[in-house]
Design a protein around this ligand. Structure first.
Ligand SMILES: Cc1ncc(COP(=O)(O)O)c(C=O)c1O
Length: 401
């Protein structure tokens, strides 16, 4: 933390950006003004179903008749709802406010926004800890940003190799960002808070630690979100998404929690009005007391199916060890060959047969660091879990002969 200096860490061209300003920052869309400032179509969209003249008729919180207007560029209400959810006071007595939040079109956009904010193309680099989410590398390549890879410690722990990461941050030049995933994908393990703190307090490194918490709503109560911790650490960014626990992958909403200074830079570099109004309306509904109640019930149901899957998988011949942790809505399992060894050929054959002959699509992860012979299986509904379990048992018997 001592070494972090936003003024020398962020890209100089980003530091001088001013957020896009529109006439509605001065004169609100409050129903009293005649809005002729943004070249919208006053007659509205060609999609309003008959009678959908109210939010109720159009769907929860959506006013189809409002779609001809650009969305609110600031989304303060939605940001406040996200802060309310994460102000748990488990990590700090301080409060997150909307100034701590920047919204993106899914976490995938947030991953890219951080790169564009901090990394000079063909000069700066990011550090990733495989096995991890693939988009950090993809976005880095798109932005012409190099990669330093320090693998996680071996399964089943899949924790940060702290001495190796600290060493890289000391000795490798121009590392601006460390992307961590907690709970991990494909590991399903939450990272140790103490380990993360060791990176945050590196004495000489001038960079930002990013924790991607896409799966945090499935995590055990012992690994709660660190979002509010950004109020303590100016060099910490926590990313979240409504795609997983909230079951809203279709609306594409990601949230970055960070210092007001970094949030301002991110808001300045993003396209104006980047969050569509249907997305904002549905997200606000999902974050209401009613929405949160339904979300928690759905998560509970998934966790029950996960338990059922673990019990059943233990008994299926050819299923090996469960790798990684239980903080996510997926499980990482080894597939064993006839000799009882985790084996990529077997896993790939099971993966292909499951999809092509049984209509069950899972993910082959055997090429990821430390995941030899592994399939990653998303936990589904009761019916889907039943279908998968039956299919995997038969498929393994066929493949192993
Ligand atoms: C770790 C992780 N981060 C981010 C994402 C992408 O999230 P979003 O749907 O918000 O773009 C995923 C999607 O699988 C993920 O696994």
């Amino acid at each position: 933390m001592a070494a972090f200096n936003l003024q020398t860490c962020a890209r100089p061209n980003i530091l001088t950006l001013q957020p896009y300003v529109c006439a509605r920052d001065d004169y609100k869309d409050d129903g009293t003004n005649t809005l002729l400032d943004a070249n919208e179509n006053a007659y509205g969209p060609p999609i309003a179903p008959e009678g959908a003249t109210s939010a109720e008729a159009a769907g929860p919180g959506i006013d189809l008749l409002g779609l001809h207007r650009y969305p609110d560029p600031h989304q303060i209400e939605l940001k406040q709802a996200l802060c309310n959810l994460r102000n748990t006071h488990l990590h700090t007595p301080k409060l997150l406010t909307p100034q701590n939040v920047s919204l993106g079109v899914g976490s995938d956009e947030s991953i890219d926004a951080m790169l564009r904010c901090f990394c000079r193309p063909s000069i700066d680099r990011i550090l990733v800890c495989p096995p991890t989410y693939g988009m950090y590398s993809v976005s880095a390549h798109i932005n012409d940003v190099g990669l330093v890879k320090i693998p996680l410690l071996p399964a089943p722990g899949f924790q940060i190799n702290v001495p190796a990461v600290l060493d890289a941050l000391t000795n490798e030049p121009n590392i601006k960002l460390v992307y961590l995933t907690s709970p991990g994908n494909p590991t399903g393990s939450s990272l140790s808070k103490d380990d993360i703190q060791k990176l945050l307090t590196h004495p000489t490194w001038n960079g930002v630690v990013i924790i991607d918490e896409a799966y945090v709503d499935f995590a055990s109560p012992f690994s709660p979100s660190l979002a509010e911790w950004v109020t303590e650490w100016p060099n910490l960014v926590v990313m979240q998404t409504l795609s997983k626990g909230f079951g809203l992958a279709g609306i594409r909403l990601g949230a970055i929690f960070t210092s007001p200074e970094i949030a301002l830079l991110l808001n300045s570099l993003q396209a104006p009005y980047n969050i569509p109004s249907p997305t904002a309306a549905l997200a606000t509904y999902a974050l209401s007391d009613k929405g949160l109640g339904i979300m928690r019930q759905n998560v509970e149901n998934l966790l029950k199916q996960r338990e059922r899957m673990i019990k059943a998988m233990e008994k299926i011949p050819g299923v090996g060890r469960l790798r990684g942790g239980l903080d996510s809505n997926f499980l990482l399992y080894e597939m064993l060959n006839k000799e009882g060894q985790p084996d990529n050929k077997t896993a790939l054959a099971v993966y292909e047969r499951l999809a092509e002959q049984k209509g069950v699509v899972v993910r082959f992860r055997g090429k990821e660091h430390g995941c030899e012979g592994c399939l990653r299986i998303t936990v589904g509904t009761g019916e889907e879990t039943g279908k998968f379990l039956e299919a995997v048992e038969k498929t393994l018997a066929e493949v192993r002969g």
